[in-house]
Design a protein around this ligand. Structure first.
Ligand code: ADP
Length: 193
């Protein structure tokens, strides 16, 4: 199996690149943001709880997202690999993911960490907010809160995978195709390991 984590702050281009990567490598895309937004659209109790946190730019509890990922892994037994997007976002989520993958006899091959300046992140998210309909994108204070959550709680997840020598940094500024090519180069190296 080929299991990849696409990592980076909000607005770093994970969603855009994920779509291209899953098409090229036939991976199953698991985005906790998308899974949560689908719960919100269906107005489930989980969705209602998550929405109030997401609208403030805060993370939802680990147990909620770990539970969602666990059932997504179970319901895709035929997948030839997974692309994790927006997960894991805390060290506890990273540890839980490792255990879930171990139970399936597999593991993370690489974390691809996208790097984008803070100014560019805010610009992109404000612009996305004008068309995406995402309530967490149309308020600059919420955007800044999400970036702060990333620095406080999520950035350390890269250190967790660095211990296992699994992190590669990718410059997330430039054209979409240029960035995609850089990601593909690293994925092809990872697939050879
Ligand atoms: P972005 O990368 O632009 O922040 P996402 O769609 O990945 O967008 O996430 C949107 C929101 O969903 C986050 O701000 C957070 O509230 C919640 N969320 C998504 N994934 C997780 C996660 N793994 N752990 C906790 N909260 C999450």
């Amino acid at each position: 199996m080929l299991n990849l984590i696409l990592f980076g702050p909000p607005g770093s281009g994970k969603g855009t690149q994920s779509e291209k990567l899953i098409a090229k490598y036939g991976l199953k895309h698991l985005s906790t943001g998308d899974l949560l937004r689908s719960q919100i659209a269906q107005k489930t109790p989980l969705g209602l709880e998550a929405k109030s946190l997401m609208d403030k730019g805060q993370l939802v509890p680990d147990a909620v997202v770990i539970g969602m990922i666990s059932s997504a892994l179970e319901s895709n037994p035929q997948a030839k690999g997974f692309l994790f997007d927006g997960f894991p976002r805390t060290p506890a989520q990273a540890e839980a993911l490792d255990k879930l993958l171990e139970l399936k006899g597999t593991s993370i091959n690489k974390m691809l960490a996208m790097e984008v300046s803070e100014e560019e992140l805010v610009n992109r998210l404000v612009k996305r907010g004008q068309t995406s309909g995402r309530s967490d994108d149309n308020n600059e204070a919420v955007i800044r809160a999400r970036i702060a959550e990333y620095h406080d709680k999520t950035a350390v997840v890269a250190d967790y995978y660095k211990k296992f020598d699994k992190v590669v940094n990718i410059k997330g500024e430039g054209s979409i195709d240029q960035i995609f090519n850089e990601l593909c180069k690293e994925i092809e190296l990872a697939a050879q390991d």
